[in-house]
Design a protein around this ligand. Structure first.
Ligand code: VGL
Ligand code: ZN
Length: 187
């Protein structure tokens, strides 16, 4: 895995590295915990290069519409102000990292970190041109985030070694779909 070149035109976007998406959590993605060390190293590299660090989090109210008991698709996860919704205990987020919460209304779900957050406009205001994406889950929120970043006109790089899908067989399909949309998949 070659190290990326970071500069002030870049943002490292760490998607949903929360306890509930890692082993032991309510919607655990296999291999989630093992990503943390590599993501921490990437955060360090981004900072050294003067890049922005952004961390999104899934941030649902109790009884969110995406939960099974409300007719949704997912077990209860990432409920606001619970330990499961907290960023992974070992994730080394710098104090000046930009935090973005999504899907916090009862009646809307949001997979992309850009959905309903105003993040694209904020990144443009900060003169960001390149968005580097990693985190969880590859086939859900990471994919949606990378695709929306492309649609918003950013150069987008997915760090393939620093993401894991909910469905392990989904990796190659995700890679293809992202590449077809113009996302660079970095090994
Ligand atoms: C996610 C399922 C439900 C994710 C969020 O962050 O990938 N997955 N909500
Ligand atoms: Zn969710």
């Amino acid at each position: 895995m070659a190290q990326l070149e970071y500069g002030p035109d870049a943002a490292l976007l760490v998607v949903d590295m929360q306890n509930d998406f890692c082993e032991g959590g309510a919607l655990a993605v296999k291999g989630g915990n093992a990503l943390v060390a590599g993501i921490n190293a990437e955060i360090e590299a981004a900072r050294r290069g003067g890049a922005m660090v952004v961390a999104s989090r899934d941030w649902h109210p109790v009884d969110h519409m995406s939960f099974e008991h409300r007719g949704g698709q997912w077990p209860v996860h990432c409920v606001q102000d619970t330990p499961g919704a907290a960023y992974h205990t070992q994730l080394a987020l710098p104090d000046d990292a930009v935090r973005v919460s999504k899907a916090s209304a009862f009646d809307v779900d949001a997979y992309s970190a850009f959905d309903g957050t105003g993040l694209a406009g904020y990144l443009r205001d900060c003169r960001i041109q390149r968005v580097v994406v990693c985190g969880l889950a590859m086939d859900v929120c990471v994919k949606a985030t990378a695709l929306e970043a492309r649609r918003e006109g950013f150069t987008v790089i997915l760090l393939d070694a620093l993401t894991e899908p909910v469905a392990s067989e989904a990796r190659s399909q995700c890679q293809r779909e992202l590449q077809e949309a113009g996302v660079e998949v970095h090994p």
